[in-house]
Design a protein around this ligand. Sequence first.
Ligand code: SF4
Length: 196
Amino acid sequence: MMSLEEIRQNVIDCTKCSLAKTRTHSVPGKGNFHSDVIFVGEAPGRNEDLKGEPFVGVAGKKLSLALEEAGITRDEVYITNTVKCRPPNNRVPNNEEKQMCSNYIEKEIEIINPKIICVLGNTAFGSILGGSEITKYRGKVARKGNQLYFITVHPAATIYNQELIQILKQDIKKLFQIIRELKNGKQVIVDIEFTS
Ligand code: SF4
């Protein structure tokens, strides 16, 4: 099996899709390889592209804030994106880009084997679970195959929206409560089942 370090290097060198031509840096996942949770967003934005790290811009600060309020630091969790290079002008990644990049997120999940995956925002929700209407499903636990998922809004959506930042904070607190229950061997109520 590949290591996360090998995946990281492969992502850095990757030229599999046309986003390689427009990116500054590709953005591999980052964080604790033994995390109970992987946070997955859609694709890097401008700051992430410049630095080569996930969630380092204003949206990243919102995510850090929500984690802090739940008593968690960024170093404790693993953060990544479904697509590892920034699409021009932050457009939504197209199907070909998502498909070409999907192997990396699949391997990250396989190696880390998290108790739960936190899906950030509607695009990641669509790519990972085939879902839509994030506002309807946020705050809920989903299952696909043997993997549990928790769905919440994208931190970027909270930048100019006070209501949504409260929702993100509330959801992240709920997520870590669920993780504590899973670690204590408790059954977690699954709100939605997705077929593989
Ligand atoms: S988006 Fe993914 S598949 Fe495309 S070049 Fe970047 S790392 Fe490779």
